[in-house]
Design a protein around this ligand. Structure first.
Ligand code: FES
Length: 291
């Protein structure tokens, strides 16, 4: 079936399903087809398609909803139902930078609420509102699994760790002035909302390997486990014998990725042999005869 004969859900526009002009439509169509090809069912591509629309329009526009419905052979109502469920999808023009202040439990205790209040006063906007110059959309966000750096502020989903009201205020001022702003980890500078949305749609910007990943607080548990010879219940203790192979699964150190600490923390030599280490997990009290 050609695209021009697919159902449009009754959506008006110069091109099927949307009001995009033919040049824009052709460009988006090529991107959409690349996204859809990743999935066994076309409709499964809706989430990255919505990011693609945000990369084009800066929010999930009426044209974008029609475009998604057309390309995925679903109704605009179905697209809207998804777009209104997730807070990452914006239903009105977003600022160039989404500044999300984590006010979940740990960050709130560590000062997240004060940071949000300070930014709200400084920028003159509340939650999910955008400054008049279109630069900043301020949000309260939920935990971003960066509690070891609380309180955390996200700018277009890049981490700004251990923030204070003063540091966050200085950061948004720099963003509004168009200065390069560097997050604490990851990419070397933040990109704007449209560029970020295109990455979320699955089109790499070539910057995935920039900057540091996990810092010292993130691997602190791994280092402690090595110092004390701790292992997770039910896992094998690394064989520390004479020249024996080292466990690189990561399971024994609690590092699910299997990666070694990025801080290059050396082995402490404190690991114990299986005969020396204390039992881990609940003792097996099952009578021998029942085993
Ligand atoms: S509570 Fe803020 S990152 Fe977890």
């Amino acid at each position: 079936m050609s695209i021009d004969t697919q159902p449009t859900g009754g959506w008006p526009g110069p091109r099927p399903g949307s009001g995009y002009d033919s040049v824009t439509f052709a460009r988006l169509e090529a991107d959409a087809r690349a996204i859809i090809a990743r999935y066994p069912q076309a409709r499964s591509a809706l989430l990255p398609m919505l990011h693609l629309v945000q990369a084009e329009d800066g929010f999930v526009s009426r044209d974008g909803i029609g475009f998604c419905a057309h390309m995925l052979s679903i109704t605009p109502a179905e697209v809207s139902a998804v777009a209104t469920f997730y807070t990452q999808y914006k239903r009105r023009p977003n600022g160039r930078y989404t500044v999300g202040v984590c006010t979940n439990t740990l960050c709130a205790i560590m000062g997240g609420d004060e940071i949000f209040d300070e930014l709200s006063d400084h920028l003159g906007v509340g939650h999910d509102e955008t400054t008049e110059d279109g630069a900043i959309t301020l949000e309260r966000v939920e935990c971003n699994a960066a509690c070891d750096y609380a309180p955390v502020v996200m700018v277009n989903w890049e981490f700004f760790d251990n923030q204070t009201p003063a540091s966050a205020t200085a950061m948004v001022d720099d963003l509004r002035l168009g200065k390069d702003v560097a997050p604490s980890r990851g990419a070397l500078s933040v990109c704007d909302f449209k560029a970020m949305s295109r990455v979320l749609a699955g089109f790499t910007d070539g910057r995935a390997d920039e900057g540091v990943g996990a810092g010292a607080p993130t691997v602190a548990g791994t280092v402690l486990a090595r110092e004390h010879g701790w292992v997770a219940p039910g896992t094998e203790q690394p064989d520390q014998g004479d020249g024996a192979t080292e466990d690189t699964s990561g399971a024994a150190t609690g590092d699910a990725s299997g990666a070694q600490p990025t801080d290059g923390a050396p082995s402490t030599g404190a690991e114990q042999s299986s005969a020396e280490r204390p039992p881990v997990g609940p003792a097996d009290t099952t009578p021998e005869a029942e085993r």
